[in-house]
Design a protein around this ligand. Structure first.
Ligand SMILES: [Zn+2]
Length: 107
């Protein structure tokens, strides 16, 4: 198949799928030889989504609004995400800006 991203050729390959650093296993897909973009067919996407639900990962990536507390800016972490990360009140985390558009939180 043709790659939508770059027009290169995507060849059949078993692809190891990961979400939030957890390995789901290998799934049949197509990988672009030029840009490495990965494509899965609809039934495979369904299987991956099912696995994601089983592992309690589905929908963990959430939008959060930036608020304000005193002189600080605050971002609320949704409960499901805090549970997944074993994040509790009083814990210390390190905020690492990776770029102007990416904030990493080390726990
Ligand atoms: Zn490509």
């Amino acid at each position: 198949m043709k790659c939508i991203m770059c027009g290169g050729t995507a060849a059949k390959q078993n692809v190891e799928y990961k979400e939030f650093g957890m390995v789901f296993g290998k799934y049949p897909g197509h990988v672009c030889e030029k840009c490495q973009e990965v494509y899965f067919d609809e039934s495979t996407v369904d299987k991956i989504q099912q696995k994601s639900k089983e592992l309690g990962l589905f929908g963990l990536a959430k939008k959060a609004k930036v608020g304000e507390i005193g002189n600080s800016i605050a971002i609320r972490i949704p409960k499901e995400l805090a549970t997944f990360l074993n994040l509790e009140k009083g814990m210390e985390v390190t905020l690492v800006p990776r770029s102007k558009h990416d904030l990493h939180i080390e726990i």
